[in-house]
Write a protein that binds this ligand. Sequence first.
Ligand code: ADP
Ligand code: MG
Length: 260
Amino acid sequence: MSRPMSRSLIDLDGVAKTFGTGDAAVHAFGPVDLDIREGEFLSLLGPSGCGKSTLMLMIAGLLAPSAGSITIAGRKVTGPQTDIGIMFQDNTLVPWRTVRGNIELQLEMRGIPVAERAGRIDALLASVRLDGFADRYPYELSGGMQQRAAFCQAMVHDPPTMLLDEPLGKLDAMTREAIRQDLQSLWIERRPTVIFVTHSIEEAIQLSTRVAVVTPRPGRIEEFIDIDLPFPRDFDVKDTPEFTHYGRHIHKIFRSYGVL
Ligand code: ADP
Ligand code: MG
């Protein structure tokens, strides 16, 4: 079911970032123009160090661009955005709270009454197969379970936009595949706008409606690829000729950059 893409939600206009000044300056990213549409699942696919995390921090309003501007739903980003769900490679669970306590923390910080979201928390935990673990502490969970819990944290306030920066990067292959499926189910069900950073070509193709291929540093987006495969995309989608075709095409781009 490929859906028509809707209106523009996040707009980057000439966005670039340089760290430091003079001889010590590192031109990390851009300039990039990027128009992210409501409800799309966009992957940023690029080699390590090309500025992907820098871009995510700028969209979240946690880092100011050196040039250009970012708007979300028509409003210029000038500081931290609270209606975004964010997830990084290293999860942000605090050790002194249970899984449920960690998820509630996100609500408390935003002044959302916890009691009115209890059902929502239970539903989220069930959707990532963590029901029964709400009262456990992070140290009692495996790495994959911790990332699933962090996922619920990022989703609990129903953010219309999610920034996922290599959230599956540290997981073993089996757990990674399982969580991909969970992530995809949630996206299909709720249709948030997702910006997903990965350096896995396969992961980008499996999950995305569109892949932005980022060059080595300073990262620029040289090519967008619409992934025209029906959802849901399970493990077997990787055996289809279309999937192979997308993979070959992206491989070729990275070989031309000299990173493969
Ligand atoms: P990616 O996420 O694509 O691996 P990053 O956005 O983390 O890349 O980093 C891009 C470049 O910017 C790297 O060369 C990195 O060393 C540099 N960089 C990132 N953050 C900072 C910072 N706070 N100060 C100086 N340099 C930085
Ligand atoms: Mg990064």
